[in-house]
Structures are given as structure tokens and as C-alpha cells.
Design a protein around this ligand. Sequence first.
Ligand SMILES: [Zn+2]
Length: 377
Amino acid sequence: MSWRLECGACGRLAARPLATVCPDCGKPLLARYDLADLDGEALRRAWAARPAGMWRYREIMPLDPDEEPVTLGEGGTPLLELRLGGQFEDMTLLVKDEGLNPTGSFKDRGLCAAVTRAVHEGATDFVIPSAGNAGAALAAYAARAGASARLFIPEDTPEGVARRCEHYGADTTRVDGLIDECGRLSAEYAAETGAFNISTLKEPYRIEGKKTMMLEIVESLGWRPPDAIVYPTGGGTGLIGSHKTLSELRELRLIDGGTRLYAVQGSGCAPIVRAHAAGATHAEPWRDASTEAWGLRVPGALGDFLILEALRESGGGAVAVPDEAMMTAALELGAAGVGACIEGGATLAAARELRRSGELKDGETVVLFNTAHLLTY
Ligand SMILES: [Zn+2]
């Protein structure tokens, strides 16, 4: 299958080899496939006959037919029904448990796709800023590809997280600052050494990996999109990817209709929630970001305009929840047998809010995302 790269903001086409961002406006590039040439029904049958995992969808993934992915068995994670009763009694509440990926988080999907593409285009050294899970994922996939990885992580990243990155053989630098400072240092390091900067939305393919979460959900539901998803939103690649998946599946005539996408952020760092409430098309960076959910501590996202577009076009919304509510909800998921991280808890806390406000209705099917395993904390 072939694809081209198109700027998500200005529409300019970009060359494929080791692509980063739009050469004109610096915004994220998106992979566009020639879907009109594909037979959706035939694809659906081919996908079902392959082993579970994100590469079963290879015809709409950034992989040429003669290439093999750099894989650790990512994807194919369970979609579990939650029976919590109470306000969820009259609806179907599901959780996509991404904690079962190779390094314990959804970051594996994005980095698997991005490392695969970059390695096929000649990259041998990678750099990334990370609050934790993306760093571990890059470290593992770079190791698998025989490439090197350099990570910049905030100094207050928990010790266990840093050790996890080092376990896979990555060089880890602790930075006195937040993720945006780590991002600046990564860009500098890439400019100085020629390492490939694989930061969120600084290259086009992490979105392609993340979009497979929604592909799996829709396939699990018998090619019916759920009514709503509730997604913990930091950099937002998964949300952007979900929106992209739904539009690709409509173009392939595999689904009708869509899914309302809801972003969840922490009350102490909610730039997307604020921008969505104001009807803005861009989000101003959040000052003095603070939340225990380090996956959500992203003061400014490069793909802010794509996230806001996805929320608006899908008829969804955005909710901020306080840390205490996230933690309580993570324990509630634990009591249901799901080893949820705090960001996973955030989705349940947000679903409670959305149910109270009447956004989630009787009879609907709603999917929460547990983005990482409890043990990654
Ligand atoms: Zn552009």
C-alpha cells in the first residue's frame, strides 16, 4: 500500500523519507492512503484471518508490502465490559486495557509504528522527551531494532520509570523542568547529533500506531463504532488517531456514522478543556501545570488544533477532573479487576461527570481507555 504525507494544517504535501513536520508551517504531517483503490470487504476478511495485533491492518499502516515491522507483539489488547451498576446500569461501559502491551502502555503502538518507519528509512539513533511511558517504549523498540535511544525525562519522574528506560539500554538524562523543557533539549540534541527526534507529532507515524486502538475497538464490536470514547489527553495522538481511523473506515465503507470523542485532562493542566469550552481552534499553553497524572501533564500540545477539531467534528467534548477523583476511580477499576493507572482512572471519573450531565445516554456503548498498567507507576 502506498501513502502520502499531507500537512494537517495547511495541506501541503511532504516527502516521505524520514519526514518530520510540515516544511512550510511546522505543523504535524498526516499519512494519507489511497483508500479508494481498496476493497473494504476484502480487507476486513484478510484482517480477521491474521493474528491479533496492530499489524493485521498493514494495508492502512505505513509499511510497504515487502517490509516487516519492528515488533514486540503490541496491540490486540482486551476490550473488557465493566459492570459497575449505579449510574452506568442502563448502558454498556467498556474499557480498552492498553496496560497489556509489551512495555505496559499504549505508547508501544505509536513508537512501534514510528521506529519501524524510521528504521526502514535508515535511522539508527533516536531521541525523545518523555514523562515516562513513551521513553520506555522507545527504549524497547530501539533495542529491538538494534538502534540507540537517548531520553530526556523530568527530574521528578519516579525512579521506577527511569530504571525501566535504562533496563532496555537507553541513555537517560534527567532534566530540571517539565516535559516542554525536555522537548527543547531533545530538539537540540537531534540538531547536534543527527539523531531522529521521535517526539509526539514531530513525525507522522506515532498517530498511525495509535489509530489501531480504535480499529481494534470497532472490529471487536462487529464493525459498529461505539457511541462515545473517553480518552485521557496529553499530547493527543490517540484522540487524533481515533478520529482518523473513523474517517478511514467510513471511506472504506466498513462503518456508517461515528463516535463522539471526549478528551479528559487533569484540573491542574487542562489547556484543551479550556480551549474547547471557549470554542477556540487552538489551545493556549497552560501555566504552572500540576497533576499527579504525568501522562496528562502536557501544558501545550503541537496537535492542539487537530485535537480540538476531532472533538468538535465528532460532537464530543472535554472534561477536567481533579487528581483525587482520578485516584478514586483508578481504585474502582482495580476493584473490577482492571490494573488501571491514574490516567485510566481519569476516564472513569470523567465518564461519571458526563453521565451526570446527560452527555452519555441510556443504551449507549461507551469505551474508556486504560492507557497503562498499574505497574508502570
Ligand atoms: Zn503546513
